[in-house]
Design a protein around this ligand. Structure first.
Ligand code: KIV
Ligand code: ZN
Length: 514
């Protein structure tokens, strides 16, 4: 029998460290449920000591996830470890992940600690963590640039202290695949108690090598890979879960391990994360990009029609493409709607939220014949379902655009109980609309990103718009979906304004002085 390759997903922790990818507690919970459905082994739910909001999010996930281990990150200090331990108390299976920098540059310039002090602190951290659980992961941060002799000494000591997983991070994405593979092999060979732990890797994508580095590590004995949906993560991101899982699955001839992932949940997970964070997936992204299984050239199309394997090494349906067959339409009732949401892992907080979502569904079904799962996902963002919490409401919008004429918009926006109407012009109908909304709201926010995607295919598809606003260093993403992309744009802008206005905490833990 083959070894198990443990899939450790850090979308909710490292992924959330992407600027602009901060999530609410409800959003984190929805992603955690999808990760459980995907059958990831470990969900790193957050960094409890980084903020009260993140503590509560980890706690909520620990309370409700049963089929995956729930993990909390902590620096190697007592306060962080106790926060992680407390947040994870109710988890069926909990893990504390503690880390401290191990490279000369990090120890000297950031921690201002000697290697001996770092080693002592790491061993002490494991002792604190053991008060809560036996499932302890230790990471020597920036291992890719650390001195191998010191790494060996440090890791041997933390294993002796009780660490059960050793995670080797290439924190800055610096190593080459063959170097990283050799590092894992040599650590396993040189450290006398290395057989007592699972070896894990955590690779960043600064040189586009995160997946290659992770796979080389697996070929050299790593049995856990840390990764994220869509490769989300700090800077250029982390190794992408879908690429790791499908590489190992497709090339079983070269890997002596396998994962327990349900690959048909990959595309739904990708769409969920993209929808919540507002980070679109590039069309040519492996596995989850819209073109990943599309054949354009005549020669390729001809080949695939004659014999699929001529140009396809995986089947689209195996990773969840095509799972979006039409499930609902105009005549579907409330029960069918509720059941489909449940099948998608979406649980609405109250009957009132369900009624509101159903009303929105009916509105959409009037405009669009076929309603796909992606349409439903777009309908149920937490803001969309809690209209009473929205300060701004788009009441009506009229735009005029004609060749040779200046685009015009008349916007009616309610702020609290007061409605205001303005008429504006702009470089295009979207520009005119945004100017009108901003004129009424007066938020002073800067538009830093505007992107449009179609949720499903066809000209009656809903356009999904992401608007990112920045104000006083705070970044929020607004999402809006509609069959009319100007209306979708206005909804997205209003959604972002509401987030800026809202006191609801958005979680975006950034590590300081780690
Ligand atoms: O990149 C990194 O080193 C990390 C650690 C906390 C594992 O994210
Ligand atoms: Zn990282």
């Amino acid at each position: 029998m083959k070894d198990s390759l443990i899939i450790f997903d850090t979308t909710l922790r490292d992924g959330e460290q992407s600027p602009g990818a901060s999530m609410t507690r409800d959003e984190k919970m929805r992603i955690a449920r999808q990760l459980e459905k995907l059958r990831v082994d470990v969900i790193e739910a957050g960094f409890p000591a980084s903020s009260n909001g993140d503590f509560l999010a980890v706690q909520a996930i620990a309370n409700s996830i049963k089929d995956s281990t729930v993990c909390g990150l902590s620096r190697a200090n007592e306060k962080d470890i106790r926060r992680a331990g407390d947040a994870l108390k109710a988890a069926k299976s909990a893990r504390i992940h503690t880390f401290i920098a191990a490279s000369p540059i990090h120890m000297e310039m950031k921690l201002r600690m000697s290697p001996d002090q770092v080693l002592e602190q790491a061993v002490q951290a494991i002792a604190w963590a053991r008060e809560y659980t036996d499932n302890i992961e230790f990471s020597p941060e920036d291992a890719g640039r650390s001195e191998p002799d010191f790494l060996c000494r440090l890791i041997e000591a933390v294993i002796k202290a009780g660490a059960t997983t050793i995670n080797v991070p290439d924190t800055v994405g610096y190593t080459m695949p063959w170097q990283f593979g050799a590092l894992i092999r040599s650590l396993r060979e040189r450290i006398p108690n290395s057989d007592k732990v699972i070896w894990s890797v955590h690779c960043h994508n600064d040189l586009g090598l995160a997946v290659a580095n992770s796979l080389c590590a697996v070929a050299n004995g790593a049995r856990q890979v840390e990764c994220t949906i869509n490769g989300l993560g700090e800077r250029a991101g982390n190794a992408s879960l879908e690429e790791i899982v499908m590489a190992v699955r497709t090339r079983q001839d070269v890997f002596d391990c396998e994962t327990r992932i349900d690959a048909t949940q990959i595309v739904p997970a990708s769409k969920l994360v993209s929808g919540i964070t507002g980070f679109p997936v590039q069309p040519n992204k492996a596995i989850v990009g819209a073109n990943a299984f599309a054949h354009e050239s005549g020669i390729h199309q001809d080949g695939v029609l004659k014999h699929r394997e001529t140009y396809e090494i995986m089947r689209a349906e195996d990773v969840g493409w095509g799972a979006n067959s039409i499930k609902l339409g105009k005549l579907s009732g409330r029960n069918a709607f509720k059941t489909r949401l449940q099948e998608l892992g979406i649980e609405l907080a109250s009957e009132e939220a369900l009624n509101h979502a159903f009303a929105k569904f009916k509105e959409l079904a009037d405009k669009k014949r076929d309603i796909f799962d992606e349409d439903l996902q777009a309908l149920v963002s937490d803001e969309a379902l809690t209209p009473e919490l929205e300060h701004y409401k788009l009441v009506s919008l009229k735009t005029v655009s004609e060749t040779g004429e200046t685009p015009f918009a008349r916007v009616t926006l309610a702020a609290g109980h007061q409605e205001q109407i303005v008429e504006t012009t702009g470089d295009g109908p979207v520009d005119a609309t945004f100017k009108g909304l901003e004129q009424i709201a007066g938020s002073g926010a800067k538009l830093v990103l505007y992107s449009v995607n179609n949720i499903t295919s066809g000209t009656d598809s809903q356009g999904e718009v992401t608007v990112r606003l920045e104000h006083d260093g705070r970044i929020v993403n607004g999402l809006g979906a509609d069959t009319d992309i100007i209306v979708a744009s206005a909804k997205a802008y209003v959604n972002a304004l509401n987030k800026l206005h809202s006191k609801r905490e958005r979680l975006n833990p950034q590590m300081e002085g780690a």
